[in-house]
Design a protein around this ligand. Structure first.
Ligand SMILES: NC(=O)c1ccc[n+]([C@@H]2O[C@H](COP(=O)([O-])OP(=O)(O)OC[C@H]3O[C@@H](n4cnc5c(N)ncnc54)[C@H](O)[C@@H]3O)[C@@H](O)[C@H]2O)c1
Length: 320
C-alpha cells in the first residue's frame, strides 16, 4: 500500500519507515522537521498540507505517529498540543475517510492512563493498567490531547468505513527521563522492561502488524509494552518490596545487578499489561526483561537504545 507516515523524522518514524518498506509498502514521510525518511515537510495541523500530500502520493493508508509529546510540554504552549495532536489527527482522519481508506493506525500513549494519583504512587499496591483501566483522567495536556485524538479515531471508525487501531504505547524513548534521574539511564531503562517499556523496534513492528490487521478489527485499542513477568497477585508486595519479587522470578538478577553496579527498583507502583495485544492483535514484543538480564549475564550490549542526548527533531521544525 502507499502509506503516509507522519512523524517520519522522529525516533519511531525513522525505525518504522524501513520496516514498512520491507513489508512491501510504499512510504511517504511527513514531518515538520527534515529527516532521512521524510519526503514532505509540513504540519499535520494544516489540512491543505495533508490534502496536497494525499494527492501527490496517492496515499492509501495512514500511520499517524507525529505528535507533540511529553518532553514538548516544556517547549510548546497548550494550544500547539491541541493544534498538532487533535486538529492534526482530525485532518488526517477527514482526509482518509474522504479518500475512502479502509485503515488508519494511531500512535497513542500509556501516559494518558496515568492520573496524578497513579503517578504519585500513593496506593498500597502496584496499579495494573490495561485497556479497561479508568476513569481516564490524563494529568497533562499531552495525555488530554492524545485521549481526544483516540476518541476521534473511535468516532470515525463508528461513522465511516475507516477501521482505526489505537496503539497505546509505553515508553521507548532513548534519552534520559526528563523528570527522574535517580538512576543512570541504562539501569533505569533496564528496570522499566519489567513493567513499562519496550524497544523502539518492537513499537515499530507493532505498527506494521496493526496496519495489516486493522480492517479485520474495526476499531480497537491496544496497550503495547514488553510482556511483564510480574503477576497481579504480587501487586502489594511489588509496592512494598520489589527486589524480593524480582528475585523470585529471576534468581540471579540481584547478583547480575551487583556485578554491573546497578540497582533493582525498590518499589514498583504501576504495571502495563500488554496481554490483550497478544491475544487480539497477535503481537508480542520480542525484547523483554529476560533478554535484558541475558545481556547482563553474557556481557553483551543491552538490547535497547540509550542516547542521553537524543532531542526530538520537532525542535528543528518550522515555527507553528
Ligand atoms: N517516545 C516514547 O517513549 C513514546 C511513548 C509513547 C508514545 N509515543 C508516541 O510515539 C509517537 C512518536 O514519538 P517519538 O518518540 O518518535 O517522538 P519524536 O519527537 O522523536 O518524533 C515525533 C515526530 O513528530 C514530528 N511532528 C511534531 N509536530 C508535527 C506536526 N505538526 N506535523 C508533522 N509532524 C510533526 C516531530 O518533528 C518529530 O519528528 C508520538 O505520537 C508519541 O506521542 C512516544
Amino acid at each position: 500500500m502507499r502509506v503516509l507516515l507522519t512523524g517520519s523524522s522522529g525516533w519511531l518514524g525513522r525505525h518504522l519507515a524501513p520496516m514498512l518498506r520491507e513489508a512491501g509498502h510504499g512510504v511517504t514521510g511527513l514531518d515538520v522537521a527534515p529527516g532521512q525518511e521524510t519526503q514532505e515537510i509540513g504540519s499535520v495541523a494544516d489540512r491543505g498540507v495533508v490534502d496536497a500530500v494525499f494527492a501527490r502520493h496517492g496515499i492509501e493508508a495512514v500511520i499517524h505517529a507525529g505528535a507533540l509529546h511529553k518532553p514538548d510540554i516544556a517547549r510548546f504552549p497548550r494550544q500547539a498540543f491541541v493544534d498538532v495532536n487533535v486538529t492534526g489527527t482530525l485532518n488526517l482522519l477527514e482526509a482518509a475517510a474522504a479518500a475512502g481508506h479502509d485503515r488508519f493506525v494511531f500512535t497513542s500513549t500509556t501516559s494518558l492512563m496515568i492520573t496524578q494519583t497513579i503517578r504519585d504512587e500513593t496506593a498500597e499496591a502496584a496499579v495494573w493498567l490495561d485497556e479497561e483501566s479508568g476513569p481516564l483522567e490524563p494529568r497533562n495536556i499531552y495525555g488530554a490531547t492524545k485521549l481526544a485524538a483516540e476518541h476521534l479515531c473511535r468516532l470515525f471508525a463508528a461513522d465511516t468505513p475507516l477501521a482505526c487501531l489505537v496503539l497505546r504505547t509505553a515508553r521507548f524513548f532513548p534519552e534520559e527521563d526528563d523528570t527522574d534521574r535517580r538512576l543512570p539511564g541504562p539501569n533505569r531503562k533496564a528496570n522499566e522492561f519489567l513493567n513499562r517499556r519496550l524497544t523502539v523496534e518492537d513499537a515499530a513492528r507493532a505498527h506494521v502488524l496493526a496496519l495489516e490487521k486493522a480492517p479485520a478489527l474495526g476499531f480497537d485499542c491496544f496497550v503495547l509494552s514488553a510482556p511483564t513477568p510480574l503477576r497481579r497477585e504480587e501487586a502489594a508486595e511489588l509496592k512494598r518490596d520489589a527486589p524480593t519479587v524480582i528475585a523470585r522470578h529471576f534468581p540471579d538478577a540481584p547478583a547480575l545487578y551487583a556485578r554491573a553496579g546497578w540497582s533493582l527498583p525498590p518499589s514498583i507502583g504501576r504495571v502495563y499489561d500488554a496481554s490483550r495485544a497478544e491475544r487480539v492483535l497477535g503481537f508480542r514484543c520480542a525484547t523483554d526483561y529476560a533478554a535484558v538480564l541475558g545481556a547482563l549475564r553474557d556481557g553483551c550490549a543491552m538490547p535497547f537504545a540509550h542516547d542521553a542526548d537524543y532531542a526530538s527533531p520537532v525542535l528543528a521544525g518550522r515555527p507553528r
